[in-house]
Every structure is written in C-alpha cells, then in structure tokens.
Design a protein around this ligand. Structure first.
Ligand code: C2E
Length: 284
C-alpha cells in the first residue's frame, strides 16, 4: 500500500519518547528540589539543636535576669527560623505534589493518544493487540466465552481511487462511528488496519455477536453518503465481517486468523455479509 494509505500513527514513536524523556526530566527536577528543601530543613534543625544545647549550658552559668532574657530571645529567633524553613519545605512539597499530579495526568493523556486511532477515535492496532491478549487471558482464567470479529469496508480502494483520500477518510469515519456505537465497553472496537476493524466481545455467545454484527452491517449499508465538497452521491458503503468463538486455550493470534478466514469467506461469497468461522468448519 502507498505510504499515505497506511493507518496514521496517533503519536509518532519519536514524539512519545520525547514526551517521556521530558516527563522524566521534570520529575527529576522536582525530586531534587524536594531533596534540597529537606536537607536545608535538616541542617537548620541541627543548628537549632545546637542553639538549644548552648542555651542550656548558658542557663546553667547565668546568674541574672538580663542574661536569661538574651538567651530566651536567641531561642525564639532560632525557633522562628526553623518554623520558616518548615513552612518553605511544606510549600515546596505541596507544589511538587501538584506538579507530579499534573505530570501524571499529562502522561495519561499521552498514553491514551498513543492507544487511539486519530482518524476514527477507536482503539488503534497497538491497543487492540494488548486488549486482545488481556481479554484472552481473562476469559481463560474465568472459564468464560469470548468472540472476536473482524470487519472490512467493501471496495474501499474504489472509493479512494474514485473520490480521493479525503472522502476515503470520511467513509472510514462513518463506518467507525457505527462500529464504535456497537462496540462500547465491555466490548472493544478498534481500527485494526487501513480499512479493517475489529471488535472483541468478551463473555458473549456466538448468537449475540451474530445479531450485533448483522445490525452493524445493515445500519452501515442503510445510509447513502454524499461527498462533502461536491455533494456527489457516494452510494451505500457496505462491510463484510467474519467472527470466531474462542476455543479453550486459544491465543489471540489464532483466534484472529480464524476470524480473518471467516471475513475472507464473506468477501469471496459476495461481500456485505457476516460469516462465522464455525460455518467454515462445518463446510470443510
Ligand atoms: P463528522 O463530519 O465529524 O460528523 C460528526 C457527526 O456530526 C455525524 O456523526 C453527525 O451526527 C453530525 N453531522 C455532521 N454533518 C452532518 C450533516 O450534514 N447532516 C447531519 N444530519 N448530521 C451531520 P455520524 O453521522 O456518525 O458520522 C460520522 C462521520 O462519518 C462524520 O464525521 C463524517 O466523517 C462521516 N460521514 C457520515 N456521513 C457522511 C456523509 O454523508 N458524507 C461524508 N463525506 N461523510 C460522512
């Protein structure tokens, strides 16, 4: 595929590395300034201790009220200094806590961006791979079923070639908007490749998934899109889908292979249809 047809990376790897490096730098700076404030407070408290010791021996030696007054005056000055240092330390810690919280929020946003497909706002391939592996592990541990579906826009290349990439992108956004609506949590909807989408259905049966996929297929095909710039009628967009029910012990990779084989059966037999991997097993 030409480079401009590849799925856009939401956040280039270089920028992600840069963001993490910046965050580490800020965190390092915050930590060392807190360490400085702590050691300053520590030093001033040690000095305070010495002042107290000195005062104690002066009190032993002191005979008159004037000397005592001077000693007490010195003590209260030292006490105020320690208090000021402690206040500074407290403020510094407070500011650092806020800065670290802000940093954490920012990194969380960066992480979300890195997992999201910028064009469709669905999970991207990286996120999908992680979700798929995690879901397989989870349902395996819980002894629950799980279904994986892959969906592909029919004749997408034709849309692109006829109407241009911008319209192609709109078609993807349209398809994604329907898939996303049906793919809400606990389901996971992702843009898996250029015009390829996937939905993970944890804890759902083959029947439930078939109903959902049929609804998606019909809804996508039900609307006729228009090209925004010229108002040309684009006609109906259709999708083909395939799904596979996870077998006990099965990994994401082979589950995906079987769902893909079902998708290609849909393509081969005329598109705009949903095929289950099980029906292929029966046919074989
Ligand atoms: P978008 O252009 O960002 O539009 C987002 C949502 O705003 C649409 O969600 C729809 O609810 C609303 N919207 C925007 N423009 C119009 C309009 O002219 N008429 C109406 N009735 N509503 C409008 P929706 O429908 O889920 O579409 C999601 C995305 O799919 C759109 O994002 C766009 O990229 C694409 N799309 C949908 N229909 C068409 C279409 O007829 N032509 C083109 N070129 N793109 C479309």
């Amino acid at each position: 595929a030409p480079a401009d047809m590849l799925p856009p990376e939401s956040l280039p790897r270089g920028r992600l590395t840069e963001e993490i490096r910046d965050a580490a730098r800020v965190l390092g700076r915050e930590l060392s300034s807190v360490a400085d404030a702590i050691s300053r407070a520590h030093r001033s408290q040690a000095a305070y201790g010495q002042t107290l010791d000195k005062a104690a021996s002066s009190i032993d030696a002191a005979g008159d009220g004037e000397t005592l007054k001077t000693i007490v005056g010195g003590l209260s000055t030292a006490t105020r200094r320690v208090q000021r240092e402690n206040e500074t330390l407290e403020k510094k810690l407070d500011a650092s806590t806020k800065e670290v919280a802000r940093l954490r929020e920012h990194l969380e946003q960066v992480r979300r961006d890195a997992m999201t497909d910028a064009l469709t706002n669905l999970a991207n391939r990286k996120a999908f791979d992680e979700h798929l592996a995690a879901a397989c592990q989870q349902v395996e541990a819980d002894g629950e079923p799980m279904v994986l579906a892959v969906l592909d826009v029919d004749h997408f290349k034709r849309f692109n070639d006829t109407w241009g990439h911008q319209t192609g992108d709109q078609v993807l956004r349209y398809v994604a908007s329907v898939i996303g609506r049906y793919g809400q949590l606990p389901r996971i909807a992702a843009r898996y490749g250029g015009e390829e989408f996937a939905i993970i259905f944890p804890r759902e049966s083959s029947k439930q998934v078939e109903v959902a996929l049929e609804a998606i297929r019909k809804e996508i095909a039900s609307r006729s899109l228009r090209r925004r710039s010229t108002n040309d009628e684009l006609g109906a967009v259709t999708i083909s889908a395939g799904f596979a029910v996870r077998r006990p012990g099965e990994t994401g990779a082979t589950l995906l292979e079987r769902a893909d084989a079902a998708l290609y059966a849909s393509k081969r037999t005329g598109r705009n249809r949903v095929t289950s991997a099980e029906s292929l097993d029966i046919a074989a």
